[in-house]
Design a binder for this molecule. Structure first.
Ligand SMILES: [Zn+2]
Length: 488
């Protein structure tokens, strides 16, 4: 077995400690690129060395063979498989790799340890299994890069986070990234269903000739001719994107869950030898985890942190000659959810409403460079990409008084200011139990217009915004005082 990296050793220590202190349902969060498979092998080997048996559950057929191969490579070979009529079916082996779909239709084998891989893909079957009295003392270990599925906290009693993406980037296990946000989608009228945008509405909003053409043009300008994955909303949208790239004379392919294995391998080969430059696909597929992707074009807006991290994770693998991943974000996802390195959860979701404070974003959001659309970390003034430093040109004096100077940068800055104010008002409203109406009324009072987009991630109010809210409350109290006829 390969030696473990420091963060993997730490993960094992934390896991042992958790089990040692009585937990029986620990969830181990390992970000993409942290070597979850090697860690899984180490957990299995640890159990085997104590003559214990393990059932290792995976949520997709394709993951069964992948796991068998990965374990085999680490020297774990006494493995049976529970999946349809798999050739490795062998009930007496101490390690059983099970497809959950097959397992739920069969007798569950006795085991001393159960591992649930990709545990964010949750099945009610798991919950029923864990709840059986005879399994109460058996450890169930959840593994996931994004264990944020609603309700997971009802089943797991501990969340172990041995490392973060940022740490893995610092250590060179993951590549760093740069983000440009060259365009901003108009998602007016796009409904939200189960926490993410409605697919049909979203497809309608994004799959427009003008927008798909812009994706290609922008890629030519910013893409540095890199090997690129383009993520569309759905299959039709991803195919239209591929067509636009082909029309522009750029070697582009299309892959989805239905692409035959042979064709997929062929595209993979062409992608790696440079004959194919761009691969268009949809975010929900698992292909490409081990492809050498140098640029990601995000043309699929999402509110799902899990989907966002899965997509960007496709490009964060470190590779020779790879300084960073380039992200061209047409979806406002980075502006809405923050950089992937900012997405953190200290707790599993147990289905109860989170305390209001917890929902307010703690990490300040990235800011867009007015000149090159590079997304700067919060509080960075001068653009690290193009060197542009925004100057506050609010107005100039002339004989007639003051004339507003409108620049491109200023329009964008004003839009950003409004968006931020709205986000902060929403954050304030959440903390103080104010209604959406209150937010709208206050926004209107400040800008004399309604917010352009009402979808927003609440933010902690800045001192300015707090001051503004307070001054409004004072003004309101005074006016009421007056109307009641009291002396001012
Ligand atoms: Zn810039």
């Amino acid at each position: 077995m390969r030696p473990l990296r420091p963060h993997q050793v730490r993960a094992l220590d934390l896991l042992r400690h958790s089990l040692g202190s009585g937990n029986r349902r620990p969830m181990l969060a390992m970000p993409t690129g942290a070597g979850k498979t090697l860690l899984a092998a180490a957990i299995v080997e640890g159990a085997l060395s104590k003559r214990k048996t393990v059932t290792f559950c995976v949520p997709a057929l394709s993951l069964v063979d992948q796991t068998v191969e990965a374990f085999w490579a680490e020297g774990i070979r006494d493995v049976g498989v529970i999946q349809g009529k798999h050739e490795r079916t062998s009930a007496f082996r101490p390690v059983q790799i099970a497809s959950v779909q097959t397992l739920m239709r069969r007798d569950i084998p006795d085991s001393d340890v159960v591992v649930i891989d990709e545990a964010h893909r949750w099945f009610d079957f798991y919950g029923d299994w864990m709840a059986k009295p005879e399994w109460a003392r058996v450890p169930f270990i959840g593994l996931s890069a994004t264990p944020w599925t609603k309700g997971l906290g009802k089943f797991f009693d501990d969340l172990i986070v041995p490392t973060t993406m940022a740490e893995l980037m610092e250590a060179g296990f993951l590549t760093k990234f740069r983000v440009f946000a060259p365009s901003h989608p108009d998602l007016t009228g796009v409904r939200t269903v189960a926490g993410d945008y409605h697919d049909g509405d979203l497809s309608e909003a994004m799959d427009k000739p003008k927008l798909t053409a812009d994706v290609v043009e922008t890629w030519r300008r910013l893409g540095e001719d890199r090997q690129t994955f383009v993520f569309g909303v759905d299959r039709a949208h991803a195919k239209h994107l591929q067509e636009r790239f082909l029309e522009a004379g750029i070697a582009a392919a299309y892959v989805d869950a239905f692409t035959e294995m042979e064709e997929r391998n062929d595209i993979r080969k062409q992608f790696h030898d440079g004959r194919c430059k761009v691969v268009c696909n949809v975010g929900t597929m698992t292909t490409g985890v081990d492809w050498d992707v140098r640029c990601i074009v995000l043309a699929r807006p999402t509110k799902s942190e899990m989907l966002y991290l899965q997509i960007i994770g496709r490009g964060l693998r470190a590779a020779d000659g790879k300084d960073d991943l380039l992200i061209i974000d047409h979806s406002d996802t980075t502006l809405n959810l923050g950089f992937v390195t900012d997405v953190h959860h200290a707790k599993l979701d147990d289905g109860s409403p989170r305390p209001k404070r917890d929902r307010v974003r703690k990490t300040p959001e990235p800011k867009e460079c007015g000149k090159c659309s590079f997304l700067k970390p919060a509080k960075v003034h001068q653009c690290p990409s193009c060197g542009f430093a925004p100057v506050q040109v609010s107005s100039i004096a002339c004989d007639d008084g003051q004339i507003d100077v409108l620049s491109h940068a200023k329009v964008k800055a004003a839009a950003e200011q409004k968006r931020r104010f709205y986000a902060e008002l929403t954050g304030y409203a959440e903390m103080h139990g104010k209604s959406p109406k209150w937010v709208l009324a206050n926004y209107r009072a400040k800008f004399d217009e309604w917010p352009y987009r009402r979808e927003v991630t609440p933010q902690n109010p800045s001192p300015e915004t707090l001051g503004w809210v307070k001054s409004r409350q004072i003004a309101w109290a005074k006016s009421r005082h007056k109307s009641e006829g009291a002396a001012a």
